[in-house]
Write a protein that binds this ligand. Structure first.
Ligand code: HOZ
Length: 431
């Protein structure tokens, strides 16, 4: 049994100076118990912790590392950029190159602004939607996550257009009074909200494949309603592709489902593992952003040379050597393997997948929204997670996160993972 003594000590040390010992709560193991693993190296599909244990990694830094850890092309680009200076606070040609790659991949994006995180991207996009339309209300969906933007940190109200309630101390009722929370995948709830508030709705922000309540697929009729109702009422459709952009396809989820959003938010892969976000859309809308227009948005390190170099190198690699067929076959192998293993063990479950993001839900019912996601057996998930850690497999530490397969994984590693999961699931099912 591998020990993690050094990780445990490092966590105790971190607790003295960092709230909760972590710089983002998602990595604190709160949902699975125990203490987080501290890492010191990643290469390809593997991570090594500070005790020297090796893991097959399915977190991939929560999505950015579609090429695997320390991809040589990305490392080379970052090192070269660093040697020329890390930040100028002034324009570089590489920023335009990254913008062009994004616009080429995602045709609904004609102009794009680079920022530093997915949170900044969604925050800026909803400000732009409000500035552009002159309206105040934003619709979001329960169980969708758009970073820690105050007005989007709203509890899951599952009935249509419920009164929004902030779900973090520090988020004032006033901040969220213009946020309408609706159930995901429910076209009727959307129809009702527009019937009631249509003229006040600036925009609707949504994850085209939800990744923050586990991986939840959209129903086509829900997507159709999003497109139709926003167009009809003059509201902006804001497609949050921070997770799905360049992940489920080169053109993102919108290319898979035939969506034409007004604005798209990106992050994760677009920065190749460095802090980058982006928001873009129709030129006529984007030209409302300062200094072309009047909607304020700024950032000292936005488009900085290091992050931009990592992003350009990653997108060029994806464009020149597309890994999407390989990712599809590896991910299908993993999804089928986990499904079979859970079935053989007699563990009630359902598997959801879109491309290389997927979740094994400990629920016998299909998961379509937050209500069905929150009914999963999270205790069983915690035992499954730790069983996999003991066997050298690192999965997201919550039932409500998607796992990611990278182009550096192989069929052999997927088989090893399925074998490990099978052992764990058999143990979980044992009386
Ligand atoms: N689901 C989160 C990001 N989309 C996990 C990462 C984090 O918040 O640290």
């Amino acid at each position: 049994m591998p020990t993690r003594e050094k990780s445990q000590q490092a966590f105790q040390h971190a607790l003295q100076r960092i709230p909760g010992g972590v710089n983002s709560p998602a990595r604190a193991f709160g949902a699975v118990g125990g203490t987080p693993v501290f890492f010191h190296r990643g290469e390809g599909p593997y991570l090594w912790d500070i005790d020297g244990n090796r893991y097959i990694d399915y977190v991939g830094s929560w999505g950015p590392l579609i090429l695997g850890h320390a991809h040589p092309r990305v490392v080379e680009a970052v090192c070269q950029a660093a040697s020329r200076g890390t930040s100028f606070g002034a324009p570089t040609r590489a920023e335009t190159q990254l913008a062009e790659l994004i616009c080429e991949a995602v045709p609904s994006v004609e102009k794009v602004r680079l920022v530093n995180s997915g949170t900044e991207a969604t925050m800026s996009a909803i400000r732009l939607a409000r500035g552009y339309t002159g309206r105040n209300k934003i619709v979001k969906f329960a169980g969708n996550y758009h970073g820690h933007v105050d007005s989007l940190l709203v509890a899951a109200g599952s009935s249509a257009a419920t009164l929004a309630v902030p779900n973090s101390p520090g988020v004032t009722p006033g901040t969220v009074q213009d946020t309408l929370v609706l159930p995901y995948n429910d076209p009727q709830a959307l129809e009702d909200a527009f019937a009631q508030h249509g003229e006040q709705i600036a925009g609707v922000i949504f994850e085209p494949v939800a990744g923050n309540m586990g991986c939840v697929l959209p129903r086509q009729e829900f997507l159709d309603a999003l497109q139709r109702l926003t167009r009809h009422h003059g509201s902006l459709l804001i497609c949050d592709e921070v997770m799905t952009g360049f992940r489920v396809a080169w053109g993102g989820a919108q290319s898979l489902f035939g969506l034409e959003p007004d604005l798209t938010t990106l992050g994760k892969i677009v920065g190749g593992g460095l802090p980058v976000g982006a928001y873009g859309g129709r030129a006529e809308v984007m030209d409302h952003v300062l200094p072309a227009g009047k909607v304020f948005q700024a950032g000292t390190l936005s488009g900085n040379p290091l992050a931009t170099a990592a992003g350009v190198a990653t997108l060029l690699e994806l464009k020149e050597n597309p890994p999407y067929e390989k990712l599809e076959s590896l991910s299908a192998q993993l999804a089928q393997g986990l499904d079979q293993a859970a079935t053989q063990a007699g563990v009630p479950h359902t598997v959801a997948r879109c491309g290389s993001m997927l979740t094994l839900f400990f629920s016998p019912e299909p998961v379509v929204d937050w209500d069905t996601a929150s009914g999963c057996d999270t205790k069983r998930f915690a035992a499954y997670f730790w069983g996999l850690i003991e066997r050298g497999v690192y999965m997201p530490c919550s039932q409500f996160e998607a796992l990611f397969v990278s182009a550096a994984h192989t069929p052999e590693l997927i088989q090893q993972t399925v074998d490990a999961a099978s052992e764990v699931l058999q143990q979980l099912a044992a009386p």
